[in-house]
Design a protein around this ligand. Structure first.
Ligand code: FNR
Length: 372
């Protein structure tokens, strides 16, 4: 039976288990998008800690696509070169390195959470002296102020849209050079691609707005551009918000997510990572263990594609049950991996019956810790 410790085939490579580090922004770059020692230690220790897949935080495909001036980026060869030692280390530790490629759309140009999480105008700076910038939106007039009104927001025109598609393609090429094995397109949480998907934030009347086909056009074009340069033997994931949690109005919902997942599978997407919300302040999401799993389950039942579940997973047995019961093919773990960087090793210890196999999972340097 497939369980959380079963290997997951990823084309040319294989994840040694089905527990992944969910992408988590660290806001720890100087305002140049280059990784720092923090990233090496943060991502490296989760690889040491037994995660099958170690996914980077939302990594901006262009400077304007950063949430804060301190986000990670992959818009130049210098970024790729700086990320390479990290992917090498993750691989050495038995993890598969993945990168989440992101554009923050109209949720860009903000202060870091610990500096207040509010927008920074182009003429303003954050406490570190980093400047803000004009942000891109499918339709500024529809923008629901999640986090304070935007001082400078521009409606994306045809050239901007082409620029986003090209930036994703170039970012994927650089990610490959940097040694990543999974490219995840971030189309969730109210960032640019989700803003186009949802009728709440998209009231365009061109070929990128209106019908389901039009609203999904940008994400499909981005995925096609990434697939163009990402080798067949390497997987592409897409993170979506399964719903906006706005059932009282015309919004993005689970039925559209299932339909999109099928379209994405046809474009060569290997796994849809199902999160939710993040688009509008009126959202009413549930909380607690497995809070988004029913959405992943619906996508898995309704579309012909592998599915990742995320949200409220804190125990190895819980992750195991999701895979055993066929609710998800992969379990992404966020905050529990912050509490316990060795969650993957904990899972091996709790779920594996063979003590020698458990010891094998540990880095040789730490193996004596397994023998009590
Ligand atoms: C996140 N999350 C997130 N999601 C994403 O797609 N890209 C990102 O960069 C981030 N950044 C981020 C930072 C931090 C500090 C947290 C806690 C979360 C969401 C995350 O990946 C995950 O989906 C949620 O945290 C729910 O899973 P858990 O934490 O309940 O396991």
């Amino acid at each position: 039976m497939t369980d959380a410790l079963s290997a997951l085939s990823l084309g040319d490579s294989e994840a040694s288990n089905r527990i992944a580090v969910s992408p988590m922004c660290q806001y720890s770059c100087d305002p140049d998008g280059l990784p720092t020692e923090w990233h090496r230690v943060h991502l490296g220790s989760r690889a040491v800690g037994g995660a099958g897949i170690v996914m980077t935080e939302a990594t901006a495909v262009s400077p304007a696509g950063r949430i804060t001036p301190h986000d990670l980026g992959i818009w130049s060869d210098e970024h790729a070169a700086a990320l390479e030692p990290i992917t090498e280390f993750v691989r050495e530790q038995g993890g598969v390195p993945g990168i989440q490629l992101a554009h923050a759309g109209h949720k860009a140009s903000k202060k870091r959470p610990w500096d207040g999480n509010v927008p920074i105008g182009p003429d303003e700076t954050d406490p570190d002296g980093a400047s803000g910038w004009e942000v891109l939106s499918p339709s500024p007039e529809a923008y629901p102020p999640f986090d304070g009104d935007r001082p400078a927001m521009r409606k994306a025109d045809a050239e901007d849209i082409q620029g986003v598609i090209d930036a994703y393609r170039a970012a994927a090429e650089r990610s490959l050079e940097a040694g990543f094995e999974i490219a995840e397109v971030h189309a969730a949480h109210g960032y640019l691609l989700h803003e186009f998907l949802s009728p709440v934030t998209n009231d365009r009347d061109d070929e990128y707005g209106g019908s389901f086909e039009n609203r999904t056009r940008l994400v499909r074009e981005v995925v096609a551009a990434v697939r163009e340069v990402w080798p067949d033997g390497k997987p592409v994931f897409v993170r979506i918000s399964g719903t906006d949690w706005l059932d009282d109005r015309d919004s993005w919902d689970i039925e559209q997510s299932v339909r999109l997942a099928d379209d994405l599978a046809e474009l060569g997407v290997d796994l849809v990572d199902v999160s939710s919300g993040g688009l509008h302040p009126d959202q009413a999401p549930p909380a607690g263990p497995n809070f988004q799993v029913p959405l992943a389950e619906r996508v898995r039942e309704g579309a012909d594609v592998a599915v990742g579940a995320v949200g409220g997973v804190t125990e190895p047995e819980q992750a195991d049950a999701l895979v055993r019961n066929g609710r998800a093919d992969l379990v992404l773990v966020g905050r529990e991996f912050l509490r316990d960087p060795y969650f993957g090793l904990r899972a091996a210890g709790d779920l594996e019956r063979d003590p020698e196999a458990v010891a094998e999972e540990w880095p040789v340097q730490y193996r004596r810790a397994v023998q009590r």
